[in-house]
Ligand binder design. Structure first.
Ligand SMILES: *Cc1c(COP(=O)(O)O)cnc(C)c1O
Length: 397
């Protein structure tokens, strides 16, 4: 009886619940937490073998921890990667990837509409190390190819983008990357393996902020990188030496979060689709950005590439900033916060918060207007979410 043997045939829902836990001698049913910094040996000789890597086994929790490994194994098989390395945050996952794969003189080509801290990491901190990043329009494959130079080692994209739900063809982008001897990394935070598996489409690495949907209930900060052994062994080296490792407590939270990921993502998508359709019909709404709508420029691509359209949507209201702020301030249920990936719905005004540091020209280029509102749709009853937004929207119409 080897439960791992069946794993190749299991569906995502089954892997999410069953994969990764190797039961200990206590025969526990639930996944245990191992809150220990170090591990002991039966003899001096065993310690020597484990320290030298001649014998597998735990040494110190900055290197490996059984609870963290359960999360890593589970996420790895869900993303269909050979190996996963968990990190202390999503940003730590991106940093560890960059330190593992790049050196001074190398270049990154990245989509323009990235998470704000990712842009700062690339421009300020990797820039200091002599690594240059060029930014291109996410969906414009010709622009990606044109930005590649002989020094380009990594292509990095978030798809769908936040908050406008722009989508790139991952398979086509992987083909471009590989033709130029570069790797493609996809930040899969918004869709998760429940809705999109970038490695199956040809990407080399998947990056996660586990803080978002993998946890799904806003409890802990963490991250992960998934991909082939060849690259992940390098990422592991960075994490074990430089230290951005995940705590066992947080790993346990994410492991339990994964168990309901498929169910939650389907429910998130259903709420988001219904909200998007309702917003489209509201007289105070000028435009809704959601790839689940038939008029979205990449609707067909999103439908083909994704198993769902995600739960982050943007919409433009009449009245510019004043109108947007009025809608936001009229909410009583939705949380006014930049966080997403939570059962609780959240609402933000990107132009003055998440994208507030962009210049006016950059905001126009990125499509971040003053009337734009972002909602990360949670799992409250859709009627209550609509009613909460209707209060402000009806006052504008
Ligand atoms: C939140 C987020 C990150 C960063 O993750 P942290 O866990 O906050 O460090 C990276 N990428 C995307 C798309 C995110 O939403």
């Amino acid at each position: 009886m080897d439960p791992q043997r069946d794993q190749d045939d299991w569906a995502l829902e089954t892997l999410a619940i069953r994969a990764g836990h190797h039961r200990t001698g206590e025969q526990e049913h639930g996944e245990p937490i191992f809150p220990t910094s170090s591990f002991v040996y039966g003899s001096a000789a065993e310690a020597a073998r484990k320290f030298n890597g001649d014998e597998p086994g735990n040494v110190y929790s900055r290197f490996t921890n059984p609870t963290v490994q359960t999360f890593e194994r589970r996420l790895a098989v869900m993303e269909r990667g050979e190996r996963c390395v968990a990190t202390s945050s999503g940003m730590a996952a991106i940093l560890a990837t960059a330190l593992a794969l790049l050196q001074a003189g190398d270049e990154i080509v990245a989509s323009r509409s990235l998470f704000g801290s990712t842009v700062s990491l690339f421009d300020k901190y990797l820039g200091r190390l002599g690594i240059v990043t060029r930014y291109v329009e996410l969906s414009d494959l010709d622009a990606w190819e044109a930005a590649i130079t002989p020094a380009t080692r990594l292509l990095f994209a978030e798809t769908p983008s936040n908050p406008l739900s722009e989508v790139v063809d991952i398979a086509a982008l992987a083909e471009i990357a590989h033709r130029h001897d570069a790797w493609l990394a996809i930040d899969n935070c918004f869709l998760t393996p429940a809705l999109q598996r970038p490695l199956d489409l040809g990407a080399d690495l998947v990056i996660h902020s586990a803080t978002k949907y993998l946890d799904g209930q806003g409890r802990a900060v963490g991250g992960a990188v998934v991909g082939p052994h060849e690259l992940l062994d390098e990422v592991f080296g960075v994490v074990r030496t430089c230290g951005p490792c995940l705590s066992p407590f947080n790993a346990w939270i994410f492991t339990k979060g994964l168990e309901t990921l498929g169910l939650r993502m389907r429910a998130h998508c259903e709420n988001a689709q219904r909200l998007a359709e309702w917003l489209t019909a509201h007289p105070a709404v000028k435009r809704v950005h959601y790839s689940g709508l038939a008029d979205h420029p990449q609707h067909a691509l999103a439908k083909r590439q994704q198993a769902g359209f995600g739960a982050v949507l943007g919409f433009e209201v009449v009245g510019e900033r004043e109108g947007a702020w009025r809608v936001i301030d009229a909410t009583r249920l939705l949380s006014i916060t930049g966080n997403l990936g939570d059962v609780k719905s959240t609402i933000t005004h990107p132009a003055t918060t998440t994208h507030g540091r962009l210049s006016d020209d950059q905001k126009v280029a990125a499509g971040i207007g003053e009337g734009l509102i972002r909602v990360a749709v949670g799992l409250e009853a859709i009627a209550d979410i609509r009613a909460d937004l209707a209060r402000g929207l009806d006052s504008l119409a």
